[in-house]
Each structure stands twice: as structure tokens, then as C-alpha cells.
Design a binder for this molecule. Structure first.
Ligand code: ADP
Ligand code: MG
Length: 652
């Protein structure tokens, strides 16, 4: 069970709200190394005292009040390496790394304060790869052992790999390179942030293999004898464990040189800050110290800016050094960070100790926003980016095909519209033609109706004229020859003139000279006078015979539009029979126009209702005239006009 207030417990509670939970502060633990034998020999005193598990009291010798610093955990000199490992909370970071988080543990402090010792134990013997005794093994070896044991009990395939580099004089060197270490560039991209290109990443399957890699790196790391440390690290070293829950065969291909994807646990052993003037470094040591201090100064500057809420949202100069580039994600990004601040208890180191304590106090107020991949796909940003590019390309291709289909569809639609328009236009044309045809047919029917009415009038006039003629003949027959025949109009009670249908105003011979009743021209006695006109082409106005009306045709009104109108064959036939009957001679009609298209006219429309009655009357008149003529032939002729009178028919 985690101790209340311990780094593991606080970190766990701060992350329980989810991968994208509230901002999580950098966890800081303080490691106070024991007084060295040399310091004790020089009679130096300790000015640091632990108060409980989380508070450190500083008692400046002879001057100033006591100072108190509170951290996640304070581990004094009495604590063993195992105690530090258990109390610092690195196991929680290991768990988070197994879940995909990017976690960082880094040590910070003055040169000789025990940073390397805390992480990796006592320095290896020069020229030998002798492993550190287990009791003195640092946080890294213990974490390696814990992690491999944890992975073995996961029951799922996990791929573990490691890289080891150092930043020496602002140059990144691969401590696991197959050849001599060469400077490597630090790159940046959107998905991975800063990373070291072409850094060798070695897969390992056992604790022994990982320990071997660690020993290789430690043996290749730059260190020098220093007044404060016989094996002083002259570089910042970063050992990173990459944890992936996929086998090597399942892992998607990545760009050469790019770091693996998945959880990450990075151990950073910083080179110690030092006052060059105080340590008396010269030559290469001074150059190394200046470079170390410069990068540590950039780190401190970034931390200060990250602490400022006004400046945190603005630019943080992580690019000022290789160290801050590679720690950018740990300090202000999505990682989980643990700082182990190391101090010396000696009063001689008090100024640097106070500086480290203040630095660490500020650092634990720096917050990050831990973020782990939400899915297996999200754990593969490189693969995801490739897949996104493929999907975008496919999207463009599909869009292109869709555009082509749209254009085809629009063409098809246009063809349909054109087809519809053509058909509508065709239908409209058909309707117009049909309408025109119906209009012509209607006009023909109207003409036929007019002809029938005219025929009816003509027949009525003929009947009336025949009745008068019949009366006149009957009167001459009774009076005998030599008498002037009276006007036919007086022979019988003529109907009132207005009772007759209107007739055409024609030459006066068609008008009764006595009562001015209009008469058919064949009722006029000197009818021969009209015959030459029929035979004379000149008299017909130059019209062809076929177009000329026969002489018995009723006159038309001058200027009438109907005057030159052609009549149907039946019109002439009926009138011709009547004329022959009346004139007792064969009439050769002019050729009536043959109907081009016999109108579909009902008899009722053509003849009218009065035609049958008139025909009956005509038939009766013909019988009477015939009988009268026969009687006249049977008697001695007295004169041409003496005929036996027949029965006088009263006009109906
Ligand atoms: P740094 O890395 O901070 O420069 P080191 O880790 O190299 O300092 O330690 C300097 C010296 O102090 C080493 O000789 C180391 O053995 C010793 N030392 C540091 N911390 C401890 C400790 N906790 N217990 C015993 N010796 C220590
Ligand atoms: Mg060191």
C-alpha cells in the first residue's frame, strides 16, 4: 500500500482522472547523499536535516534562519538505494510507460552530489565491465529488473528496446553505436516532437542484455577526474526504454532513424553544474563545464518560463540547447516527469545546495498534461500519418471519379432534358398541326352548313317561282291565246315579299317588274338572253369553265367574298336536275370541282331540316307541271303559252 503523500500515491491520484486529465506537476524527490570520507576528514559539517519524509531543513552554520523545503519525498543519507527506488515513484512511471505514456526520470544537482550514484550506483571501474553490486544498484537497474519482471507477468507480447546517448559539448553521441560515436542530428516533426535521427535502438529480451547495454554506455560516456568528483560525468546521458505491446512483425514500418512508437521511460543523468572559478577547471574541463552550464542554464530558463502562467502559453525556448530539446516533452508536453534532486549535506556546498533546492522547488510547480495514445492506432502516429495520406489520396481519387460521374450524369440529364424538350416540342408541333387540321375541318363544316342554308333558300325561291309560273300557265290556258299574260305575281296570292328569303340583288330581270319580287332568273321569260353568257367565256370573267357557276346558279352579290366560291358536286347536281325539269332540255353543266377531301358532314348539317320538305314540294310541282303539260299536248295548241291549266297549288 502506497504511503499517503508519497510520490507514487500523488502521481497515481493525479493521473486517475484519465490520460487527458488535469495538468500534472513534475514530481520532485530529494536525495541527500552521505558525507564523503574526504569531507569528514576536512571537518565539514552537515547543514541539512530531514523533518519527516517530505521536508528538508537547512541550517546555515552561524548565519541566517533555518530554511525548509518540501518535496514529494526527502531521502537522507540513511536511506539505501532500495529505499530510494521504492520511494521515488519510478515504478508508477514504469506502469504508465507500459500503458503508453512517455515518462522521464532525471537527476539534477551539483557535481559530486550523487546523481550518477543514485541512478546507476557507484561508477564502474575504468576499463572493466564489472556490474554494480546488487545492493548498490541504482534506480535504473532496479527499474530494469522490476520492468522485466512486470512484463513477464503481463501475459501479452511486449517488445522492449533501448537507446543510450550523451550530450557532450552540445553534441549528441550514440553510446550504443557499433562504431565510434558520431554526432547525431536532433530533428523535430509534428507527431514525434524532437528526436535524435539515426539513433541506434537495440531490442533486448532479458535483464542481463539490458544491463550489458547499460554497462556499454556507461563505459563510453565521457567522465573526467574532478576536484569534486573523481569520476565526474562530463556529459548529459539519456538512456531510453521503448515499450511496445506489439511484436516486431506486427509493428508498422517506421522511418529509418525515427524512434519507436509506444510507451517510453527515459533516464536522464545530467552533468553537474559547477562554478568553474571555484573548481579551478582548466582547458578541456573548463570547456566542458561551460557547455554543461550553458545547457543547464537553458534548462533552468525553460523551467522558469514554464512556471510563469502568463508565459507558459507563449514561446518556451526549448531549442536553445540539445538538452532542452530532448527534455521538451518531459517538461512542458504530454509526458510524466520525475526529478530526483541530489544535494550534498556539506556546509562547503551550501550555496550550490540552496540553488538546487530552489531550482527543484520551482520545478515541482511545473506541470505537464500527460497524454497517452487512446487506441492501438493512436500509438502509431507514423503509421497513422501514412494511412491518413493514403486515405486523402483515395479521397481525391474518389472525388475525381465522383466528379466524372456527376459530369456524365449531368450529360445524361442534359440528354434527357433535350429529349424531353424535343418531345415536348414535337408534341406541341403535333398539337398545332392537329389544331390546324381541326380548324380547317371546322371551316369546311361551316362552309358546308352555309351551302346547305343557301341551297335551302334557293330551293325555296325555285318553289315559289315554279308555283307562280304554274299559276301563269294555268291562267293562259284558261284565257286563251292573244291575251297578255298577267304578271305571275297576280295569278296567285303571292307571299309577301318579305316572307321570301333574301335574294341576291342581281340584274333587274330577276326582279318581278310588277311587284318587285325577286325571281329566279330561269323564271324570267326571255331566258335565252342568258344562255350566250354561259357559253361565252368572256362573259364569265375569264374564269375556267370548271370554276364558273352554271347559268342556273343563283346570282351572287357583287363584292361578296362568297361569289367566286366553289360549290360541291352535290350542290350542282341537285340544282341541275331541277333546271332540266323546268326548262325541258338537257343542261350540260360545267365540271364541278371534284372534292379533294369529302367532308365528313352529316346529312343534317348539309341539307338542313327544310331540304326534305322542299324536295317533296318540288316533286309535287313536277308532277303537276307534267300533268299540265300532258293535258296541253292533248289539246290543239293555241299558242305557246296556252297550256291546260292544272291544279293550282297554293304555295306552302
Ligand atoms: P555526480 O554524478 O552528481 O557528479 P556521483 O554520483 O558521481 O556525483 O557521486 C560522487 C561521489 O559520491 C561518488 O564517488 C559516489 O560514490 C559518491 N556517492 C554519491 N552518492 C552516494 C551515496 N548515496 N552513498 C555513497 N556514496 C555516494
Ligand atoms: Mg554524474
Amino acid at each position: 500500500m502506497e504511503e499517503r503523500g508519497s510520490p507514487d500515491g500523488d502521481l497515481a491520484r493525479s493521473l486517475e482522472q484519465g490520460p487527458e486529465g488535469p495538468e500534472t506537476p513534475i514530481q520532485v524527490v530529494l536525495r541527500v547523499r552521505p558525507m564523503s570520507a574526504a569531507e569528514l576528514r576536512r571537518g565539514q559539517q552537515s547543514v541539512l536535516h530531514c523533518s519527516g519524509t517530505r521536508t528538508l531543513q537547512v541550517s546555515p552554520p552561524g548565519r541566517g534562519p533555518e530554511l525548509a523545503f518540501r518535496f514529494g519525498a526527502v531521502l537522507d543519507a540513511a536511506r539505501t538505494q532500495e529505499d530510494v527506488f521504492r520511494a521515488c515513484g519510478v515504478r508508477r512511471l514504469g506502469e504508465l510507460a507500459l500503458r503508453g505514456f512517455s515518462c522521464t526520470v532525471f537527476t539534477f544537482g551539483q557535481t559530486g552530489s550523487g546523481k550518477t550514484y543514485t541512478l546507476t550506483g557507484p561508477p564502474p571501474q575504468v576499463g572493466e565491465r564489472v556490474p554494480v553490486p546488487p545492493s548498490l544498484a541504482g534506480i535504473m537497474q532496479r527499474t530494469f529488473a522490476w520492468l522485466l519482471d512486470r512484463v513477464q507477468h503481463l501475459g501479452a507480447p511486449v517488445t522492449l528496446r533501448a537507446s543510450y546517448l550523451e550530450i557532450y559539448n552540445e553534441q549528441v553521441r550514440d553510446l550504443l553505436s557499433l562504431g565510434s560515436p558520431r554526432p547525431l542530428p536532433v530533428r523535430w516533426n509534428k507527431t514525434q516532437g524532437f528526436y535524435v535521427e539515426r539513433l541506434r535502438v537495440v531490442e533486448f529480451r532479458s535483464l542481463e542484455a539490458l544491463m550489458e547495454l547499460l554497462q556499454i554506455g556507461l563505459s563510453r560516456r565521457r567522465s573526467s577526474a574532478h576536484t569534486l568528483n573523481q569520476a565526474s560525468s562530463r556529459s548529459h546521458a539519456l538512456l531510453t526504454l521503448y515499450i511496445s505491446h506489439q511484436t516486431a512483425q506486427q509493428m508498422p514500418p517506421v522511418d529509418p532513424g525515427a524512434p519507436p512508437v509506444g510507451g517510453k521511460l527515459c533516464f536522464v543523468d545530467l552533468a553537474g553544474s559547477e562554478k568553474v572559478a571555484a573548481t579551478g577547471s582548466r582547458g578541456e574541463l573548463m570547456l566542458e563545464a561551460n557547455s554543461i552550464n550553458r545547457s543547464l542554464l537553458a534548462l533552468g530558463h525553460c523551467i522558469s518560463l514554464l512556471l510563469d502562467p502568463q508565459r507558459k502559453q507563449s514561446h518556451i525556448p526549448f531549442r536553445d540547447s540539445k538538452l532542452t530539446k530532448l527534455l521538451a516533452d518531459s517538461l512542458g508536453g504530454r509526458g510524466v516527469t520525475l526529478m530526483v534532486a541530489c544535494v550534498s549535506p556539506s556546509a562547503q556546498c551550501l550555496p550550490e545546495t540552496l540553488s538546487t533546492l530552489r531550482y527543484a522547488s520551482r520545478a515541482q510547480r511545473v506541470t505537464t498534461r500527460p497524454q497517452a495514445p487512446k487506441s492501438a492506432v493512436a500509438k502509431q502516429p507514423q503509421h497513422l500519418e501514412t494511412e491518413m495520406l493514403q486515405l486523402q489520396e483515395e479521397n481525391r481519387r474518389l472525388q475525381f471519379q465522383l466528379d466524372q460521374m456527376d459530369s456524365k450524369a449531368s450529360g445524361l440529364s442534359g440528354a434527357r432534358v433535350a429529349w424531353a424538350q424535343r418531345n415536348l416540342y414535337g408534341m406541341l408541333q403535333e398539337f398545332m398541326l392537329e389544331n390546324e387540321r381541326l380548324r380547317k375541318e371546322k371551316s369546311q363544316l361551316q362552309n358546308s352548313q352555309d351551302l346547305a342554308r343557301n341551297e335551302q333558300r334557293i330551293l325555296a325561291q325555285q318553289v315559289h317561282a315554279l308555283e307562280r309560273r304554274l299559276l301563269s300557265a294555268s291562267y293562259r290556258h284558261q284565257q286563251g291565246p292573244g291575251l297578255t299574260p298577267p304578271c305571275p305575281c297576280l295569278m296567285a296570292p303571292a307571299p309577301p315579299c318579305h316572307a321570301l328569303p333574301p335574294v341576291y340583288s342581281c340584274p333587274c330581270c330577276y326582279i318581278c317588274p310588277l311587284c318587285r319580287v325577286p325571281l329566279a332568273h330561269w323564271a324570267c321569260l326571255p331566258r335565252e338572253r342568258h344562255l350566250p353568257q354561259v357559253l361565252d367565256p368572256e362573259a364569265s370573267g375569264g374564269r375556267p369553265p370548271s370554276a364558273r357557276p352554271p347559268p342556273w346558279a343563283p346570282p351572287c352579290s357583287p363584292g361578296s367574298a362568297k361569289c367566286p366560291r366553289e360549290r360541291s358536286h352535290s350542290d350542282w347536281t341537285q340544282t341541275r336536275v331541277l333546271a332540266e325539269m323546268l326548262m325541258e332540255e338537257e343542261v350540260v353543266p360545267s365540271a364541278p370541282p371534284m372534292p379533294v377531301r369529302p367532308p365528313k358532314t352529316s346529312p343534317g348539317l348539309r341539307g338542313g331540316a327544310g331540304v326534305p320538305n322542299l324536295a317533296q314540294r318540288l316533286e309535287a310541282l313536277r308532277d303537276q307541271i307534267g300533268s299540265s303539260l300532258r293535258r296541253g299536248r292533248s289539246q290543239p295548241p293555241c299558242s305557246e303559252g296556252a297550256r291546260s291549266p292544272g291544279q293550282v297549288l297554293s304555295p306552302r
